[in-house]
Design a protein around this ligand. Sequence first.
Ligand SMILES: Cc1cc2nc3c(=O)[nH]c(=O)nc-3n(C[C@H](O)[C@H](O)[C@H](O)COP(=O)(O)O)c2cc1C
Length: 438
Amino acid sequence: MSKGMMSIGASIRGLGYNASAWRHPDVDPTVQESISFYAELAKKAEAAKLDFVFLADNLAATSMDDRPKGALGRGHDNITLEPLTTMAAIAVLTSRIGLVATCSTSYQQPFHVARLYASLDHITGGRAAWNVVPSYRQTEGANFGLSEPISHSERYERAEEFVTVVQGLWNSWDRDAFVYDKKSGIFFDPTKVRALHHRGKFFQVEGPLTATRSPQGRPAIFQAGESGPGVELAAKFADAVYTVPLEKAASIQQRQLVRQTAAKHGRSEESIKVIPGIQPVVAATKKEVEEKLELLRSIADPIKEMGRLIIQFKDISKYDLEDTLPASFVESAVTSSARPIAEKAVASKWTVRRLCQEMALGQQRIVAGTPEEIAADLTEWFSSGACDGFNVSPSHVPGGLFEFLDQVVPILQERGVFRAEYAGRTLREHLGVARDAS
Ligand SMILES: Cc1cc2nc3c(=O)[nH]c(=O)nc-3n(C[C@H](O)[C@H](O)[C@H](O)COP(=O)(O)O)c2cc1C
């Protein structure tokens, strides 16, 4: 990646990040298990020279309990293709774009995960990345024999050991370990392969891995935690960190914290990229922008939204839809990403219904305007040190993504703040994060 250029990625999961995206008039609600649909999104993002496409994931159908009454049956986000399987298919239909797939450290095993991502990195010629998530939902735990979710601290302790083991396994084979000498019968040099003999609190893993060192040396690592343990995990292992800031000043602070914490762990500050999420709403005029925002609010389904809000705000169900949220509501935020939303709801004197509409829009910063206005906003954030790029979480697909790729990206390329052509072949080269030298 050339100096002074931003990284741009796109989240292509489901039907978009509007919680009721399936009700958008331009959305086909039947495509969530269509590989050709997702391949189309990835190919279009590659044509726009994006760094990566990303698939988030949850290990449970999101809302199968009918809370509040009538919520069941209203959600489209209960079905989705498994990320690594999907990316392996997209891999052979693309050639340059990075493929970031999510995998849980709470409910997976390190040997499996190391093998899956090393294989994807071989299949893609060095374009694979692992979005490390210490899954936290109770509904996910219930699919792995747990009645209670794992505590926050244990999730991160396990995640730290998990990633350490995976990286150890990726390190099993030296690049020049293989001899292939048919005459002598020597296939590989035993001095150039290592078993791991890992004995830890959560895992005992012998190794070596059954996959050789992959094209990137090791697949890239993405992560998205904002709590203390979340930032520590990122600073130790991540090449890129997803964030969800709503304000530029907060993003500048967050980026400095992540970079300084990485330096504390002996890494260069340049080796870790901070990538905030954005939801672009593009239109030619202010009036059309407002109309698009109103449409995105109007498809919101408060009954369904309450089902989601219950997960992020522990006592939301004691309010009626038309109640204005009191100051004490801020303390009911469950995750770090929910708190700024609660603060905004209270400060803006929102009712529960308005919170539902705003939450349905998605948690990423909404960047609404003409293509020039959006390009100017993103350039301003980037040049002010608030981020190293952006992760586009479209309101709905394909429209919400394609409008950004067709109308905003060309302006960023003209301005010289985003690549017009791929210089590198691997995701690490796109992001400008070093390859594991060994
Ligand atoms: C852009 C982004 C993508 C995320 N993707 C996932 C995901 O795919 N699956 C998941 O369970 N959590 C996902 N998360 C949640 C984070 O992994 C993490 O649990 C959350 O940010 C809370 O972090 P904390 O424990 O440090 O507060 C994502 C968060 C962000 C901001």
